[in-house]
Design a protein around this ligand. Sequence first.
Ligand SMILES: [Zn+2]
Length: 327
Amino acid sequence: MERRALLKKMALIGLGSALPLHSLFAGKPFAGAERPYHRFQLGDLELTVVTDGHIVMSPVQEHFAMDAPQEEVNQLLENNFRSTKAVDLGMNILIVKKGKDIILIDTGAGYGFGPACGWLPASLKDAGIHVNDVTQIVITHAHPDHIGGLLSQDNKLVFPNAQVYISAIEHQFWMSADKSDFSKSRFSNKELLAKILVSTKNTLTVLKDRLHLFDHKEALFGCIRLQLAAGHTPGHTLVRIFSGKEEIVHIADLLHSDVLLFPHPEWGFDGDTDLSMAAATRRKVMEALALDRTAVFSYHLPWPGIGHIRKKADAYEWIAETYAFPA
Ligand SMILES: [Zn+2]
């Protein structure tokens, strides 16, 4: 069935706020017994990475490098031994433990993306963390693959004891969503966008008693600084986690492909609310992170999403962290 017809049919059969995204981004469900996690120390903090699953984006140039020559895109993918048919996005979730605080950065896709996503509660359990243990949640931006895990299908809180922190700019953008400006985005599926707007507004409304709106100047919990990196969304936020002199920067959705967007930050991603602003921000942030040699954590790059950004010619490359043994 054609995508448009499928979405229409799903709307008609009354899926309400459920996002029928699984029809668009079908990946494989997890087949193992326990989901692996990655745990490491940053100064006094214990950091854990768990997986929420993955999203398969296909065809490539419907989502990435929309205006770039197809031969050039395919060549780059082939040179890096990647499929030319799809980009497989990881969904890496970072948890910061500081004393009694268990701080989650974003919440994954929840129930709306089908069986290849929404694994966060099970992944946390495998890492020894119960959903009731989470005390704070920092949201980098309000896209459905980041806030989808906040509510269950019956609109109940998945993390009942957590306070939720989100940028005031981001909150205002989505709460006035019917007036929000998507004219600078290349996201072509207007029906899906309309559903996302309804669902996001619902989530933020249900959560309103525990929402804290930040302005990027304040530090949170004595271990997090916030940095506005607008473009992907107006309030898109980088989360800089620190302990003493050590730091790792959660770059959220600054970019969604290691192979395509480090060498060509300007090629862009269809999920960017403002394509050209996102490209300019991507380049500016990568330049600074490359210069400072800062450790980086990425939500969507291949598991576990940890590495460094290195300057290469007039662009960049991703140097993924390697590990001598699984931990
Ligand atoms: Zn995302």
